[in-house]
Design a protein around this ligand. Structure first.
Ligand SMILES: [Zn+2]
Length: 360
């Protein structure tokens, strides 16, 4: 297991920033959790998804319509993940823990597992983003080389061409394979998974059985296997591609940094925790309200990594304070102005990492 320690001795930046953010919420008399803007999004996204699902399994549809419904449902499912599940599993959706726990299970309804994800995301990814050896989100080797410390193989020469295909199948691999791998190994990449209680095991298996019933057995029974196959594949292309691209634009672009943490060694990061978050994270398209609405504030990834327990609904407002504080302390505030530029930056970076390193 890799070990990473931060140099938190002079954590003055985060202390100062946290003070300014707390004052903002106090002055405005706002709760840090969600509000009606978030609740209305939840209702719209879930209602639209259920409606599309019911149409897809209730009628005999032309192939093009099935592809359209499946991929839009996949996209909306990813948006439920960003807007509802992500806030809920961080405990920032509501001040009531039962609301967060219940809405966190929207991940199980989409095929994943809330318990495993909380450990993988809240603890591992949020503490050690872009730390090769720990952060499971960048552990796609040998298929994708996402940082220079990962070994190079010849197929990486064309990884910028095939990564979109891997993104498109990523949610299928996650739901049907990686969750089970993590469950049976009780490990997330190189890190032991938190101990699962009986309740967590029961929820894991019931959710996976329900997933097979609602997403595979019932549609096949009602519409036949051909329509189901088109629907299921389209749904996952929409879901997997949307999830992957939003993650990649936030962490794997030319502006972000990576650290290597070798197994069985202690790696010291010469920064306070918050500065590490700033160096490894990037915002994209912050002024595009449509992107912000659908991406659940994950285009404000800098604010999210600094304040994961504040609901994403507040990120556009607090981003102004964060940006000013970064300028004051002369620390990076990575932000790519548009979605298009961020996509280009990601693929340029992936193409660069696909080149044979001098030492390989
Ligand atoms: Zn998060």
């Amino acid at each position: 297991m890799s070990k990473v320690v931060f140099n938190n001795k002079n954590a003055v930046f985060f202390q100062s920033l946290k003070g300014a953010i707390d004052s903002y919420f106090k002055e405005k008399n706002l709760k840090k959790t969600g509000n009606w803007a978030l609740y209305s999004k939840t209702i719209i996204l879930i209602a639209a998804s259920i409606a599309l699902y019911l149409i897809a399994i209730s009628f005999s549809l032309p192939v093009v319509t099935t592809i359209l419904i499946g991929s839009v449902l996949g996209f909306l499912s990813a948006c439920i993940g960003f807007n509802v599940m992500h806030d809920a599993n961080h405990g920032s959706y509501s001040s009531k823990s039962w609301v967060n726990d219940t809405l966190g299970l929207t991940l199980n309804a989409l095929g994943g597992n809330s318990f495993i994800w909380r450990h993988k995301h809240n603890i591992i990814h949020h503490t050690y983003p872009n730390v090769d050896g720990i952060d499971d989100d960048i552990a796609k080797s040998p298929f994708i080389r996402m940082c220079s410390s990962q070994p190079w193989v010849p197929m990486h020469r064309i990884q910028h061409l095939y990564t979109p295909l891997l993104y498109a199948i990523s949610s299928m691999v996650w739901i049907l394979f990686q969750d089970f791998e993590k469950y049976f190994k009780q490990k997330v990449h190189n890190t032991e998974l938190q101990k699962m209680k009986t309740k967590d095991h029961v929820i894991f298996w019931i959710s996976k059985v329900l997933y097979v019933f609602f997403y595979i057995a019932l549609p096949i029974l009602l519409t036949g296997w051909q329509q189901w196959l088109v629907f299921f594949l389209s749904l996952h292309v929409g879901l997997g591609f949307t999830l992957a691209i939003v993650f990649q634009l936030a962490h794997v672009v030319e502006e972000t940094e990576f650290t290597f943490a070798p197994l069985s060694e202690t790696t010291v990061i010469e920064n306070e925790w918050a500065i590490h978050q700033l160096k490894t994270t990037s915002n994209f398209s912050p002024d595009n309200k449509l992107v912000s609405w659908f991406a659940g504030g994950l285009n404000y990834q800098v604010e999210h990594h600094l304040f994961p327990r504040i609901s994403h609904i507040h990120y556009p407002a607090i981003s102004k304070i964060v940006k000013l504080k970064c300028e004051e302390f002369n620390v990076p505030y990575n932000c790519i102005s548009s979605f298009n530029l961020a996509v280009r930056s990601h693929f340029r970076f992936i193409k660069l990492l696909g080149r044979k390193p001098v030492s390989a």
